[in-house]
Design a binder for this molecule. Structure first.
Ligand SMILES: [Zn+2]
Length: 347
């Protein structure tokens, strides 16, 4: 009986070896994966001087601005896990509940679990359910309004580093681009004030070949990030946490195949966001963006109708106060924007 089992086991192993020999593509993939894993180990062990993470200097309290529940895992898990490993505190502002297909309620709960798996505390998480910022490929967000929300969040959380998408948004999704334009607008107004502004960083979108190079993309990423104050690179420091976080997004399981093969799972490269250029001599009013917004001082007006009223009980954490503050700041920034455009027209 034992001999029979032994024979069966040997034939299993032989079959597997024969299968790998026949399937050269599979063998090559396995080899490349192994090489990539070695590179990741080298980066994180610090064994090779030029092949290490290139961190943001003094990230401190970091605000990650995303558009949908799952963005934080699919695109930013490398940054989040590396920042945690470096002792930074990470806050997540997700601008929608991901309700484009009516799954908002479920996706909010999934995001809460996923954030926890990535080490983001529940009270470090803000998910909005706002009529003016809707999830969808055709939803264009006002940059002034998003900037107002970011400003309120920065004030309340005492943030000194913001990370978000770049203008291409990795996938080209218009909501990802909306995150970038909102953050850039906020940084522009903040800098114009002359106060101490947070540093803004965007996740670099790479071309397709690099995107699907998985772990191997760590090498070119390390080379392009070295020696520049405006570039940073983070490798994933908690792959197990990332897998648990992705597993929490049950409604998004179709994206697993991308998570397993794209570079973003294993490495993030970030670029410093350059504020908009405008006429610096124009006398513009200065909003008091540095002022803290304690919740007791937020006017207790009735909140605007939510994008999905069913979500109101689940979408939480200062949603109303952030939205109210954003509304006030959004209006101010809209006025400011008009004056900037006016000043450009005169030039
Ligand atoms: Zn997204």
């Amino acid at each position: 009986m034992d001999k029979h089992k032994e024979k069966q086991r040997q034939s299993c192993v032989q079959r597997a070896v024969q299968h790998i020999r026949r399937n050269r593509c599979g063998t090559a993939s396995l080899l490349l994966l192994a090489v990539g894993a070695v590179i990741l180990l080298l980066v994180q062990s610090g064994g090779v001087s030029w092949l290490t993470d290139a961190p943001i200097s003094q990230p401190g309290r970091v605000l990650l601005v995303t558009a949908h529940p799952d963005d934080e895992v699919i695109f930013f898990s490398s940054s989040v896990t590396a920042l945690h490993a470096a002792g930074a505190e990470v806050f997540l502002l997700c601008l929608t509940s991901g309700d484009a297909h009516g799954l908002g309620q479920q996706r909010v709960l999934e995001l809460e679990k996923a954030a926890q798996a990535l080490g983001i505390d529940r009270d470090h998480l803000t998910i909005l359910n706002d009529t003016r910022i809707q999830d969808g490929h055709h939803e264009i967000w006002e940059q002034e309004y998003v900037a107002g929300i970011v400003a309120a969040e920065v004030d309340v959380r005492d943030i000194n580093t913001i990370i978000t998408f770049d203008p291409m948004g990795v996938t080209g999704h218009i909501n990802h681009e909306g995150c970038y334009t909102g953050v850039r607008y906020y940084l522009t107004v903040c800098r114009r004030q002359g106060v101490d502004c947070p540093a803004g960083w965007s996740l670099t979108t790479t071309e397709e070949l690099r995107t699907y190079s998985s772990l191997l993309d760590i090498l070119p990423s390390a080379l392009e990030s070295k020696g520049s104050e405006d570039a940073a690179m983070y490798t994933n420091h908690d792959l197990y946490g990332m897998f648990r976080a992705m597993s929490a997004h049950k409604s998004q399981s179709r994206w697993w195949k991308h998570v397993l093969v794209t570079r973003y799972t294993f490495v993030n490269t970030l670029r410093r966001i350059t504020p908009l250029v405008f006429d610096w001599t124009m006398p513009l009013p200065m909003p008091d963006l540095a002022r803290k917004l304690p919740s007791s001082q937020v006017p207790g007006q009735a909140p605007r109708p939510a994008a999905n009223p069913q979500l109101e009980s689940n979408v939480h954490l200062r949603h109303e106060e952030v939205s109210e503050a954003a509304d006030r700041r959004g209006k101010f920034m809209a006025r400011l924007s008009r004056r900037i455009i006016k000043s450009r027209t005169h030039l």
